[in-house]
Every structure is written in C-alpha cells, then in structure tokens.
Write a protein that binds this ligand. Structure first.
Ligand SMILES: [Zn+2]
Length: 178
C-alpha cells in the first residue's frame, strides 16, 4: 500500500514529465490479470484534453479513474471512490478540475440565461455545479476551483485517506494542487 504522501509525489513527478515531454511510453501489462493495486483515485472531468493517465504520466493499473462532466460527485461517483478506498486500499483521492471547463461554463450560462429545454441528464450536472458558481459570484475561474472544493467536501473519509483538490491548466499542462 502506498501512503497518500508518496502517492501525491508520484503524481507531481508524473505531471512534470508530461509538461516537459519526458513522458513514458506505456505498454500493456499482462501481469495485471491477477488484480489491480492502483495508488491513487482521480475524479476528473470528461473533457478530452484532461485524461488523468496522460497528464500524470501513469500506466495501466496505477490510477483508479472516475470521469464525469464537471468532475461532480454524486452517489454513483462516491460509490466508485469508496470501492477503491475500501477494497483496493487506495489512500489518495484527487479531484481534478481544469481551466476552461465547459460544464462549469454551461452552468454559468444557465444562471445568467436559463434555457427551457435542458435535458434531464444535463440538468442534474448543472444543478450539482450551481451552488459553486453562485458561491464564486459567477466568476468562471473561481467557480472552477470552488466546484473542485465542493467535490472534495463530498468525499470525506476517515483514517489515512487524503482527498486533495487540483486544477489542470489547459495552456501549460501543469497541475496545481489547491
Ligand atoms: Zn471540464
């Protein structure tokens, strides 16, 4: 089992490799057939530019990833994290938001100019993000970080498990821990 502190350092080092272009070439690991031992959980946005395995330069079996637009945490996402913590022994959980998040932007637009025909599914994401955008006084950059902090709060665990918020910068590729 890897401690939260060591797991965080592995992610910091991996993101450094990603930013500098010194990243690894990942190949299939057939020895993983017997089981997985990921060292961190990442709850990330579905945005195609923010794949956790790529931005943290980690291969198969290393990250337990939950992706959903706007990196929101509802019962299903929380259940996935609980599985990794309780059954796989993961001690570090990262909520990874990112600059220019379309889901947070869409929520801001909804608050400013509500649409009449938002689908049920999209509505549930927007409703989840709304309180963070309001708390950030409709400032998009702050709302993105507030939305990460909200997801962190929805993921409290006891014991040695650490939940950390982070923001990926689309421009630089760097991850800043909040
Ligand atoms: Zn996003």
């Amino acid at each position: 089992m890897i401690s939260a502190k060591d797991a965080l350092q592995k992610l910091i080092d991996g993101n450094k490799r990603y930013v500098t272009g010194d990243n690894s070439l990942h190949t299939h690991k057939s020895d993983l057939v017997d089981g997985q031992k990921p060292f961190a959980v990442v709850i990330g946005c579905s945005d195609s530019r923010v794949a956790p395995e790529i931005v943290f330069d980690q291969g198969s079996g290393e990250l337990f990833v939950v992706r959903v637009a706007g990196n929101v945490v509802g019962p299903l996402e929380r259940g996935s994290v609980e599985y990794a913590v309780e059954h796989l022994g993961v001690q570090l959980v990262i909520v990874l938001g990112h600059t220019g998040c379309g889901a947070v932007n869409a929520t801001l637009s909804e608050l400013e100019n509500p649409s009449q025909n938002l689908s049920h599914g999209l509505k549930s994401i927007v409703e989840n993000i709304k309180p963070s955008v309001i708390a950030a006084d409709l400032n998009i950059d702050e709302a993105i970080r507030e939305n990460v902090r909200t997801s962190v709060k929805n993921l409290e665990f006891e014991g040695d498990v650490q939940v950390v918020g982070a923001e990926f910068c689309l421009e630089s590729g760097a991850v800043t821990f909040l």
